[in-house]
Design a protein around this ligand. Structure first.
Ligand code: FAD
Length: 406
């Protein structure tokens, strides 16, 4: 075999797996390929929370990450469908920032550079897999020199939302209620930016949202996301919806009056973890977006992609030790991964469905948080990107909300 492990894709999932594997096996035994050289852009909201930071701490690369050009995030500005705004902080300003917004062109390059210390990297577009006796045994693809093949007993597919590996095994399609389409447009000169990310639950997009995330040097990441099923049912054109919100919504129109768009509106897919995709098979594992691991409420996918990278590396190392790359043996990856992320995903999916059915509950929640400091403090630990959302999706919390007085 050419390598012990091949990783397709050097985004957050693949780069993380490469670091864990390279540290254990040595750089020359791990092949990391990506169709792009780095830096490369990735359409995203650019927010990273505690899940991502925890992995980077474990890998010893958190300090460098905190120095990257970007914007610290201490809290969230939320607005409800009726236009009420509330600021909720995750922690105080004397503590290290719990989150950041780093443009992915910068963040992914950092992770990729760290991964290059642990794995052999090649720019190569993977076009197919080598499959023998029902087992994945390597990759086929093209680079600047022509067609190439590389072999390894296990292949980790971290090739994103349009994963060719997931497609090859017919597991790339999510039902439309488990897929979001999101947009992104960088801006300069939006007024009123703070060290909070802004999530605006505007009525026309529920349970999707419009966001404004602060970036370095006065830039902002502006976008919106909507579940594909709702988008189709309501016949929403996302680009037009984004332009309409910016031009007409009383919460934003003044803030954008003198702002400049730095690019056209771009769009990309978010496969949601509310659809538990099978993420293993004979000789392969799916990671990150290829495994459909994005939070169905917040759209956060970087953290879970990195968590999947850690679990995939662990499973691959155990498989190498045992010499067993069968689907039966690799199933443990799915079990361990979902044990870690499953509870929060389930809670957030319940909340997502609830917000869609009962938008007035969101008005109630945000209205109460604005008026009642004690309540606001209580929900601080349940916010997106904090990694502690379970309580909010519990039936008891929802009942409490329903019984709340206006
Ligand atoms: C509009 C939008 C907003 C979002 N906002 C946020 C946010 O604010 N915070 C957050 O946490 N998440 C957000 N997400 C989700 C997040 O972007 C993804 O979950 C995350 O990028 C997944 O990482 P990944 O490593 O699995 O895949 P990717 O980051 O997509 O990386 C996949 C890599 O595989 C490579 N590749 C693909 N195909 C091939 C091939 N055939 N051969 C070789 N290489 C290949 C690509 O070049 C790429 O480098 C957002 C997504 C969208 C679309």
């Amino acid at each position: 075999m050419d390598y012990d492990v091949i990783i397709i894709g050097s985004g957050p999932a693949g780069a993380t797996a490469a670091m864990y594997l390279g540290n254990a096996l040595g750089r020359e035994r791990v092949l990391l390929v990506d169709k792009a050289g780095f830096p490369r852009d990735k359409i995203c909201g650019d927010a990273q929370g505690r899940k991502a930071a925890n992995i980077m701490r474990e890998l010893g690369i958190e300090e460098g990450y905190r120095q990257l050009p970007g914007h610290p995030v201490y809290g969230i500005k939320l607005s409800s469908p009726n236009g009420t705004e509330v600021d909720v902080d995750i922690t105080t300003r004397d503590k290290p920032a719990p989150g950041f917004c780093h443009r992915r062109i910068i963040f992914d390059k950092y992770l990729h550079d760290c991964a290059q210390g642990s794995a052999t990297f090649k720019v190569m577009t993977v076009t197919d897999l080598i499959i023998e006796d029902g087992f994945v045994k390597g990759i086929k693809g093209k680079d600047a020199e022509g067609e190439k093949e590389f072999r390894a007993p296990i292949v980790l597919a971290a090739d994103g939302a349009n994963s060719i590996v997931a497609k090859k095994f017919g597991i790339n399609q999510n039902p439309p209620e488990h897929f979001i389409v999101g947009t992104r447009q960088y801006y300069m000169g939006v007024t009123g930016l703070t060290d909070r990310i802004e999530i605006h639950l505007v009525k026309s997009l529920l349970p999707g949202y419009f966001w404004i995330f602060p970036l370095e040097d006065g830039m902002a990441n502006v976008g919106l996301g909507m579940i594909v099923k709702d988008m189709n049912d309501k016949k929403v054109n996302l680009k037009a919806a984004q332009m309409k919100e910016i031009a007409e919504n009383p919460l934003f129109k003044e803030r954008f009056a003198n702002a400049t768009a730095l690019e056209d509106i771009k769009g990309w897919n978010l496969p949601l973890a509310s659809h538990h995709r099978k993420c293993y098979g004979n000789g392969f594992l799916l990671l990150g977006d290829a495994a459909s691991l994005i939070d169905p409420l917040s759209g956060e996918g970087v953290g879970t992609a990195m968590i999947s990278g850690r679990h995939a590396a662990k499973t691959a190392l155990e498989a190498l030790k045992k010499g067993d790359f069968s689907e039966k043996s690799l199933k443990i990856y799915d079990e361990n991964l979902w044990e870690e992320i499953g509870t929060e995903i389930e809670a957030n999916y319940r909340l997502q469905k609830l917000g869609k059915r009962f938008p007035f509950l969101i008005d109630k929640l945000i209205g109460k948080a604005k008026k009642d400091e004690k309540f606001r403090k209580r929900i601080e630990g349940m916010l997106p990107y904090t990694g502690g959302r379970q309580e909010m999706g519990k039936d008891s919390f929802v009942e409490e909300l329903q019984q709340m007085e206006e």
